[in-house]
Design a protein around this ligand. Structure first.
Ligand code: CP
Length: 338
C-alpha cells in the first residue's frame, strides 16, 4: 500500500512528505511453473476432466459469493488481444480479478504496435514489466506457441487464427457435460457451418474425441476442409441427416474476416440450407441442446427463435467461460512444489 511507505512529518521535509526507508514488501519466492495452454489437441482426458471439475467448483462458489479470493494474489495477468473480443477478453479479466490477480488489458489500438513494433518486441516489453501469464488472441495460427517458445512466461491461447481456441473448447465441454448428465460416452454433437476457418470447431472436436463422444461436422463443401475427418470426426453432406438423433448441435459463425470471395452464393442461401431452424432442431433427441460460441448472426447461421429457445444453452456457455478461465489461470500460475 502506498500509504504504508509515505510518512508525513513537517519537521523533516519542506513538502512534508518523504519515503520511509522500510522495505516496500517482504520478498516472496515466485517460482511459477510457466505452464502453457495452447490447444486441446493431445491433452489427456484426465487433464480435461480436472479443468472441468475445477471450473465447476468455482462456478458453485460464485453462486454464493463473488468476494475475491487470494488464490492468484501477486500474479500479474496480461490480456493481449490483437483481434476483437467480447466474451473471451471480459471473462479472462473477470476470472483473474475474482482470483485476486492483477490484470492489464492490452489491445492493438492505442499501443506501439500501430507504430510498427513487432509482436515479439511488444510482448517482451510487457513481460519485462513483470507479467506472469499472457493471454493472447491473434489472427495468426501458431502465434501463441511462438510466444510460449520465446518468452519466460505462461501463455494461454485465447484464439489463434483458424487453429484452436482451447478455453472456448473447455467451456463448451463443461456446458455439454451438464446437459448430458455428466457423461460423454455414447453422445454425439453436430458442428455446422464454417469449419474451414473455425478454431472453435477444432478445439471441440479434439476435446470431445478425447472424452469419448462423437462429432459430426457438416456445412457447405467450400467451408469443409479436405481431410477434416483425420481429426477424428465424421463428415456429413446434409445438415438434416446429421441432426437426426443427435444430442446437440453447435452452429458456427461465418468467419467473414478469414474468408476469401466466392465461398458462398449469399447469406440468404446459406441460412436456407445450413441455418439452424426450429424444424431442424426438432430432429434431435429429446433433451438435446443448441450451442453457439458467439458472436452470433441472428437469422444467418441460427434462427432467432432457436437462439432464444428452450434448447439454447448459449448463455450457459458464456457463464461457464468465467469459471473455465479461472481454472486455467490457476493451473498456469501454480507454484512449483517446494
Ligand atoms: N467465442 C468467442 O471467442 O467470442 P469473442 O470473440 O467475443 O471472445
Amino acid at each position: 500500500m502506498v500509504e504504508s511507505v509515505i510518512s508525513h512529518d513537517p519537521a523533516r521535509s519542506s513538502a512534508g512528505v518523504f519515503f520511509d526507508p522500510q522495505p516496500l514488501t517482504t520478498p516472496t519466492e515466485r517460482r511459477f511453473q510457466r505452464r502453457h495452454l495452447l490447444g486441446l489437441e493431445g491433452q489427456p482426458a484426465s487433464r480435461l476432466e480436472a479443468w472441468l471439475d475445477r471450473a465447476a467448483a468455482w462456478r458453485d462458489r460464485w453462486r454464493d459469493s463473488r468476494d475475491p479470493v487470494a488464490v492468484l494474489r501477486g500474479v500479474e495477468v496480461c490480456n493481449a488481444f490483437f483481434e476483437d473480443s467480447t466474451r473471451t477478453r471480459t471473462s479472462f479479466e473477470l476470472a483473474a480479478r475474482r482470483l485476486g490477480a492483477t490484470v492489464v488489458s492490452f489491445g492493438v489500438a492505442g499501443s506501439s504496435v500501430s507504430k510498427g513494433e513487432t509482436l515479439l518486441d511488444t510482448l517482451r516489453t510487457l513481460v519485462a514489466m513483470g507479467m506472469d501469464v499472457v493471454v493472447m488472441r491473434h489472427a495468426s495460427a501458431g502465434a501463441a506457441a511462438f510466444l510460449a517458445h520465446e518468452l519466460d512466461v505462461s501463455v494461454v491461447n485465447a484464439g489463434d487464427g483458424a487453429h484452436e481456441h482451447p478455453t472456448q473448447g473447455l467451456l463448451d465441454l463443461l456446458t455439454l457435460r451438464d446437459a448430458w448428465g455428466g457423461r460423454f460416452e455414447g453422445r454425439r454433437l453436430v458442428v455446422v457451418g464454417d469449419i474451414a476457418h473455425s478454431r472453435v470447431a477444432r478445439s471441440i472436436v479434439h476435446g470431445l474425441q478425447t472424452l469419448g463422444a462423437d462429432v459430426t461436422v457438416t456445412g457447405p463443401p467450400t467451408l469443409l476442409p479436405h481431410g477434416i475427418e483425420t481429426l477424428g470426426c465424421s463428415v456429413s453432406g446434409s445438415l438434416d441427416a446429421a441432426m437426426s438423433g443427435a444430442d446437440g448441435v453447435m452452429a458456427l459463425r461465418l468467419q467473414n474476416e478469414r474468408m476469401g470471395q466466392g465461398r458462398l452464393p449469399s447469406q440468404g442461401e446459406y441460412a436456407r440450407v445450413w441455418g439452424l431452424t426450429a424444424e431442424r432442431v426438432s430432429r434431435m433427441r429429446p433433451g438435446a441442446v443448441v450451442l453457439h460460441p458467439g458472436p452470433l448472426n441472428r437469422d444467418v447461421e441460427i434462427a432467432s427463435d432457436v437462439a432464444d429457445g428452450t434448447r439454447s444453452v448459449v448463455l450457459e456457455q458464456v457463464a461457464n467461460g468465467v469459471a473455465v478461465r479461472a481454472a486455467v489461470l490457476e493451473w498456469c500460475a501454480e507454484r512449483e512444489a517446494a
